[in-house]
Design a protein around this ligand. Structure first.
Ligand SMILES: Nc1ncnc2c1ncn2[C@@H]1O[C@H](COP(=O)(O)OP(=O)(O)OP(=O)(O)O)[C@@H](O)[C@H]1O
Length: 309
């Protein structure tokens, strides 16, 4: 009984939080200048107000200043832990049966992959989230049994590729598609789903998926991600007290760079990629702005990337 009270209290608080803050949250992260930028004598054009952690100001080339507001702004000195601290309350709600989606969006080279994947020493949101999900699952062991599985796919030039299928299997792999499931969620039939039992399983799995991703070099980033990379965590929950079962998805998406074609001298294959990237990002932008303004029609079908949001 005590457990049921705590659990429904947790859901009530979460729903209240969503009510107050909205169900879409936008954070902005400004990365530090890199060594090439410093060597070229570049300086940051972004200013932060120490008293406001949700605002920044951009100094424009015509000496005007533009102010932007977000739910939270991360400064160059904010580390991966600080970013995850803000993300945590939203992602862990997947354990209570909510579907959640996070996108990292920005121009090429701004730190999307660093934020989501991170490095061995500076692990990003993807790994930290799974670590937290395991920690909470363990805490709730007496009352809930959870099964966590991971899938990873990329959307590259309008095609969906499974990143967890061995690359040697590539020639026999069939093209994946999105289908609407009976309960209204989106499914990708045939997508590999790997059950994970501990954080030790996770890091190598994420690394191998990420190595299979399509990358290329643009003039703005030497190792630019040319695809949208989607990590899906599926949570199956079994309530040991009342027998209630849940299944929910958490999507963590590292979008391809939103560069403007004219700005980074692209040609040939890179140009084609950029056009596909921009088309899909623009469709996704339309969906998010329709959701944010709560308009009756949300154009999910204008691009299949939007179906995951
Ligand atoms: N907050 C940060 N602190 C330190 N280094 C960072 C930070 N953010 C990004 N970097 C470094 O900047 C470089 C570019 O970052 P990253 O590849 O994550 O950009 P991206 O936005 O994913 O680019 P693309 O869209 O081209 O894939 C990388 O070398 C990364 O390690």
């Amino acid at each position: 009984m005590k457990y049921l009270e705590v659990s429904s209290e947790r859901k009530r608080i979460y729903n209240e939080l969503i009510e107050i803050k909205g169900n879409i949250r936008v954070f902005c992260r400004c990365r530090p200048l890199n060594s090439a930028e410093m060597a070229n004598g570049l300086a940051s054009v972004v200013e932060f107000d120490p008293a406001q952690d949700n605002e920044l100001q951009v100094n424009c080339s015509d000496s005007s200043k533009k102010q932007f507001k977000f739910d939270h702004v991360f400064k160059p000195e904010d580390d991966q832990e600080a970013v995850f601290a803000q993300t945590k309350p939203v992602v862990v709600s997947v354990l209570d049966g909510y579907n959640v989606c996070i996108f990292a969006y920005g121009q090429t080279g701004t730190g999307k992959t660093f934020t989501m994947e991170g490095t061995q020493e500076n692990r990003g949101v993807n790994y930290r989230t799974l670590e937290e999900l395991f920690r909470i699952s363990e805490d709730r062991r007496g009352t809930m049994r959870y099964e966590l599985s991971v899938s990873m796919l990329e959307v590259y030039n309008e095609r969906i590729r499974d990143l967890l299928v061995e690359s040697s299997d590539e020639p026999v792999k069939k093209r994946l598609e999105i289908k609407q499931a009976a309960e209204g969620t989106q499914e990708v039939p045939g997508l590999m789903e790997v059950r994970v039992f501990s954080t030790e399983d996770v890091w190598e799995l994420l690394r191998s998926g990420s190595r299979a991703r399509s990358v290329g070099s643009t003039s703005a980033n030497e190792m630019s991600s040319r695809s949208h990379c989607l990590l899906r965590v599926t949570v199956r929950g079994d309530n040991l007290i009342n027998g209630h079962k849940t299944k929910s998805h958490l999507w963590m998406v590292d979008l391809a760079g939103s560069e403007r074609v004219g700005r980074i001298e692209v040609e040939g294959e890179r140009l084609k990629e950029s056009q596909f990237i921009n088309k899909s990002l623009s469709a996704l932008g339309d969906v998010i702005s329709a959701l944010a303004s709560k308009t009756a029609h949300v154009p999910y079908r204008s691009h299949f990337l939007s179906l995951f949001s």
